[in-house]
Design a protein around this ligand. Sequence first.
Ligand code: FAD
Ligand code: SIN
Length: 529
Amino acid sequence: MSAKQSHEYDVLVIGSGLAGQSAALRLAESHRVALISKKTLSDSASSWAQGGIAAVLDPLDSIESHTDDTFTAGAGLCNPDATRYVVTHGKEAIEWLISKNVAFTPDGSTLGYHLTREGGHTHRRVIHVADATGAAVQKSLSDLVATHANIDVFENHIAIDLITSEKFGINPNRCVGAYVLDVGNDRVLTFAARSTILATGGAGKVYLYTTNPDIATGDGIAMAWRAGCRVANMEFIQFHPTCLFHPKAKSFLISEALRGEGGILRLADGTRFMPEHDSRAELAPRDIVARAIDFEMKRQGLECVFLDMSHQSASFLREHFPNIHARCMELGIDIETQPIPVVPAAHYTCGGIVTDLSARTDLAGLYAVGETASTGLHGANRLASNSLLECLVFAASATSDIKSSPPGAIMALPAWDESRVTDADEEVVIAHNWMELRRCMWDYVGIVRTTKRLERAAHRIELLKREIDEYYANFRVSNNLIELRNLVTTADLIVRSAQQRRESRGLHYSKDFPRTLPRALDTVLNSKR
Ligand code: FAD
Ligand code: SIN
């Protein structure tokens, strides 16, 4: 990319996962787009998605059924309008992907595509590309994005903060761009844009153990919060029940589709335990399965439990789960005959930046799409494979809103001010605080919470926040510092939300408030109050 210090675009898209790339492609039909990605185009949770995308495609399935399953998983907190909106647009979203050359796994059905099943779904409705759906989808979109004349891609560029007009005395307030660190050249660029889309993904890295890639540091949520947007339902962090437990496997997911195809969860002695916890057994929604595993591990002092796939034929496993089969085999686990050691790990951020059906945030000119947003679809617990669908549907609605709204002005923006900072003297502060934060969240704000643990976490996070803010004020920004600052903000939002919820619901389980209150209410935090 050019050596220019400042850039002007119709739309600035921050993030190159499914939300960001699909928005960029749709916009590029009529707008000049900058697509910023903090690593490479393919470094995203989207690229790691395994199971697939939930949508009503089978003629025997129905919008009502998918909607009801989403409501049930969401434990009474799903926004009915958002849920119906997403589910109704599911088929269209899949057709759009097929038009972009995504080759979903075929079969001999009338539909022509194999549909798998996952926890919480009462019907087979998850379309997929074997067990590496995200990689296939992202590859098809990246091929188009990288060569599109109207899209400029900026890899290894990390957004630091949004720029709002209010800071220059221009009201009504709107988002007019962002400051972005060009990591390779160690300089901060200014991006001015008529509209900005945050598509920065989730915040799994706030926990010590996670299925998420390293980019998942809650940057969009923290940036929007600092810019004055409301953030909702952050206490609902989804723990995936089955992350591979092996010293050499960092963050490798064992897809829920294995349980969808009959996988059985067992203790080390072979005992099946899920039927004791829920009548849906292994196919109960994720919050229930993860809590059951956590309960069994704590009760028996176990390091992990096991997922047994030995009822399926070798050919079925190799055809449907080639990547999981190969990765386990590399680590000496033959899933055809041996149970897979698994543990729960932080997987998905259900809450995020409050958005409406057009993906608009509280700040004019700023949209949020994908895992960074809180659309209301997931309620207190996301239904499996609804996330990729949400990315696609809201990328489409954001882009049609941008196309049909009067364009905002491009403002002349001041350059990033480095006059009061120097080079960092002690990088160890960042590494230490990063580790301390993630361990604190794992130990005190995990699958099962108590008032005392949340108080401990809040106290430590406050200290960390002060130290990190001071460091940020005095030293030049770096990739790690930007991420740590965002992680500590996100952790603070999670803990504050968890402290406000005086009940147990969906993914938020408190030993001190085990009951679910009759009325389901969102936890909405407002930085302006
Ligand atoms: P991401 O795909 O995470 O992309 C975020 C992008 O933002 C990245 O490009 C990142 O580099 C960039 N970024 C972040 N911060 C900045 C910044 N400050 N500056 C510049 N760029 C930035 N969901 C399903 O529906 N089905 C599945 O089968 C499924 N499987 C999953 C398997 C795994 C292992 C994981 C981790 C998740 C899975 N999920 C699945 C969830 C789903 O993948 C994610 O929720 C979804 O991909 C999020 O997409 P996104 O575009 O919002 O964010
Ligand atoms: C999985 O394949 O288990 C992940 C599906 C999801 O997170 O929706």
